[in-house]
Write a protein that binds this ligand. Structure first.
Ligand code: ZN
Length: 249
């Protein structure tokens, strides 16, 4: 089985379309680490596209919760809050119900685990090795997919009893990086954000996992950022949120 791993799409339809085009023919099923909506201008179209993909395993993200009133928005920063409130007014009833029914992570797949934040807390940011080690020690499988930080890569605990970050090294124009998995190691894999990267690379990020070959491939793909920014400005979303897409931060 080959899986397309998506995380943090954030209502960015152009980025999702570019990812699906690039990944075409390379996967059998989809895994989604959450945050379909929030920040971007196309919450309905993106939710519908994900519904059509019918992910084999998916978990909700903090912005999915916020869009359907499951979060205390006073905990969000003002820009995220304003985008969440706008998203609430846009969602169709059908899409709202779909987001409301998204399961809380972590969720188990066959041979892997899927989380939005971490294995301890669906809203925890795994940004450093210390926090990652806590989750790695709890993992039921040697392989966990997560999102939330919008940083492509992740962490590993190696059989030589040391841990380290995984850096796909795609920040200098390369668009594919492969990692052969060794099942004596343990992995926390972040495919990167489809719709709002925060790792200094504005290109949409995703990953493909080939279970039979034990091969994880990280990808980056260009998409029309300017078109998304224009849509965001047209609907009155905060301009900072549009600007950051071009910086990838
Ligand atoms: Zn997110």
């Amino acid at each position: 089985m080959r899986f397309l791993i998506l995380a943090d799409i954030h209502a960015n339809l152009e980025a999702l379309e570019a990812v699906l085009e690039r990944a075409r023919g390379q996967f059998d099923q989809v895994i989604c680490c959450g945050d379909l909506v929030g920040y971007g201008p196309d919450p309905n179209q993106v939710t519908e596209a994900v519904r059509q993909l019918g992910p084999a395993v998916m978990v909700r993200g903090n912005h999915d919760k916020a869009a359907v009133g499951l979060t205390d928005l006073s905990l969000f920063n003002p820009l995220a809050r304003s985008a969440a409130l706008w998203t609430q007014t846009q969602l169709s009833e059908e899409n709202r119900r779909y987001l409301l029914a998204m399961p809380r992570g972590p969720a188990e797949g066959s041979g892997f685990t899927v989380a939005h934040g971490s294995l301890l807390d669906e809203d925890q940011y795994l940004l450093n090795l210390e926090d990652a080690l806590q989750s790695l020690s709890l993992a039921a499988h040697g392989l966990t997919f997560f999102g939330h930080t919008h940083v492509q890569g992740g962490f590993a605990w190696f059989k030589e009893q040391r841990a380290g970050p995984l850096n796909p090294g795609l920040r200098k124009a390369a668009d594919e990086s492969r990692l052969v998995l060794d099942w004596e190691n343990r992995y926390l894999i972040n495919p990167g954000a489809v719709g709002q990267p925060r790792d200094d690379d504005p290109r949409a990020a995703f990953a493909v996992f080939d279970q039979k070959k034990a091969l994880l491939s990280y990808f980056r793909v260009e998409y029309p950022v300017g078109r998304v920014q224009q849509k965001m400005r047209n609907v009155g979303l905060p301009s900072y949120l549009a600007d950051r897409l071009a910086r990838g931060w």
